[in-house]
Ligand binder design. Structure first.
Ligand code: 6LW
Length: 479
């Protein structure tokens, strides 16, 4: 089952203006932050930008650990403007941004120092009050233009008794009711979506007798961890839910490697309660994408670790090439200079042409600082490096002729012959000029189940020492 937005795109929030839908996702330690997508049918989505693309909007330092940073946006259109509210975990808390065009530019942040809690939602009532509801679940009245909070938070309905982690609240006025949609059970295999309704935005809320309205826990469904949802109505009056899910592979307990992805399902209403239908398959995988680095700047799909400055990452220094200037020591370093793309397909190949005349660097598959595999080039040699938790090893190396070299990683899903089979195999090699495989590594160590946290794989280019230049990067999906 293919998601509508594949790869690490969790915590989707969606809104519609006329015939156009817009969707935003979490981005954690990556910069730029909060990818924004556009669609006219909810199935085909195109990234139109990143909401947080200036340091004045998002400042992440090495003090922000991986899987902290930007969590769980809510994206809404109100009063002729787009409103985006996020939590920056470990670096500033809750903040609001506005834009007239969701592709940007977005405003500088309006901090919400009085709002405590992750997963903030925004909803306006007919009197013009703005309600900010956060995980827990509690609610504040705020002034979204100034960030001011009025009074103490009120506790709202917090899900099924005993279920952990009531979070991801979204509040909607639909017909004569206010609906409070939440996630519960934690963002792992127990994840679920539940709903309650009230006649005011502040409750008291009556839970849906059929809760949870969405969960795949305890099932053999290929998509697991379904939860953290948002609702939207189409121009034809039909209702839809976007939510996160994962695609675990391998034997038991199953490992997901692409992070949490965005899925879509239809919603019907029965006796005033939402009923979630079968997942709608996303578009077939794109076959081949190649970035020649001919454009001024990088496409919005490129993300860096914590920050990206012109000094360290530029397409202008050598036209037609991406130049990365090292800072720190490479992929183990929280300050690594890196530019990558989310791995979006279970089966794919990434290739890049690197020139290491003035440094060393290469092609990496990253989960975080402690979980990554890479093929690194330096003058006359390439090496495959594996970092798994506290262990780091050079697993293979070979000499290469001087001059630019093509680095390759191939990702192939495995059919689980035995219970311990990993989800996939990552093969690293060089083209000299035919492909020479140096190492074939188990992908389970670059999975969320092993690494922990909230993110998925990013495949990209990095500098370990000096200045490293890349002529092109190619990503081909097999299915
Ligand atoms: C997010 C929380 C969650 O804030 O994971 O799946 C957290 N749900 O709602 C990070 O994405």
């Amino acid at each position: 089952m293919i998601p509508v937005i594949a790869g690490m795109h969790p915590d989707p929030s969606v809104c519609r203006v006329g015939d156009d839908y817009y969707l935003a996702c979490s981005s954690f330690e990556y910069f730029p932050g909060v990818p924004v997508f556009h669609s006219t049918d909810l199935v085909e989505w195109k990234q139109i930008g990143n909401a947080l693309e200036r340091p004045s909007q998002l400042r992440l330092t090495t003090g922000t650990p991986s899987s902290a940073g930007v969590y769980a946006p809510t994206l809404r259109h109100h009063d002729g403007r787009f409103w985006l509210i996020v939590t920056n975990v470990g670096a500033g808390g809750n903040a609001l941004y506005t834009a007239t065009d969701p592709a940007g530019p977005w405003s500088d942040p309006i901090p919400l120092p009085g709002v405590e809690g992750i997963d903030p939602d925004l909803a306006w009532d007919a009197d013009g009050n703005c309600w900010c509801t956060v995980a827990g679940v509690s609610q504040y009245r705020i002034n979204p233009s100034t960030g001011e909070t009025f009074g103490a938070p009120t506790r709202l309905w917090s899900g099924e008794p005993g279920a952990k982690a009531p979070e991801a609240p979204h509040l909607y006025r639909i017909g004569e009711h206010w609906y409070l949609l939440i996630a519960e059970g934690g963002t792992e295999r127990g994840h679920a979506v539940s709903v309650a309704r009230a006649s005011t935005p502040n409750g008291p809320f009556e839970p849906c007798p059929a809760n949870p309205v969405l969960t795949h826990r305890g099932t053999g469904e290929p998509v697991q961890n379904t939860g953290h949802a948002d609702l939207v109505q189409a121009p034809d009056g039909t209702w839809w839910m976007v939510f996160l899910g994962v695609r675990p592979g391998g034997g038991t307990p199953g490992w997901h490697v692409l992070g949490r992805e965005t899925f879509l399902a239809p919603v019907t209403w029965v006796e005033g309660w939402p009923v979630v239908g079968e997942i709608v398959p996303g578009p077939a995988p794109a076959v081949s994408e190649r970035d020649e680095f001919d454009a001024w700047g990088l496409d919005p799909s490129w993300i860096s670790v914590r920050d990206r400055s012109e000094k360290h990452c530029t397409t202008e220094e050598r036209p037609g090439w991406l130049t990365l200037r090292a800072r720190g020591s490479g992929m183990d370093d929280p300050a690594v200079v890196f530019a990558g793309q989310r791995q979006r397909h279970l089966s794919c190949v990434a290739r890049a042409l690197v020139d290491v005349a003035d440094g060393s660097g290469g092609l990496a598959v990253r989960l975080d600082e402690e979980h990554h595999y890479e093929i690194e080039a330096r003058s006359g040699e390439v090496r495959v490096i594996a970092r798994i938790g506290p262990l780091r090893a050079v697993v293979a190396s070979r000499p290469v002729p001087d001059g630019p070299v093509v680095l390759v990683v191939r990702v192939e899903p495995r059919t689980p012959q035995d219970a311990r089979s990993g989800p996939d195999t990552l093969s690293f090699g060089v083209e000299v000029p035919e492909f020479d495989e140096l190492a074939s590594l188990d992908g389970k160590y670059l999975s969320t189940e092993v690494a922990g946290g909230f993110t998925g794989r990013v495949i990209g280019l990095y500098a370990a020492t000096g200045t490293v230049r890349f002529d092109w990067f190619e990503y081909q999906a097999h299915g």
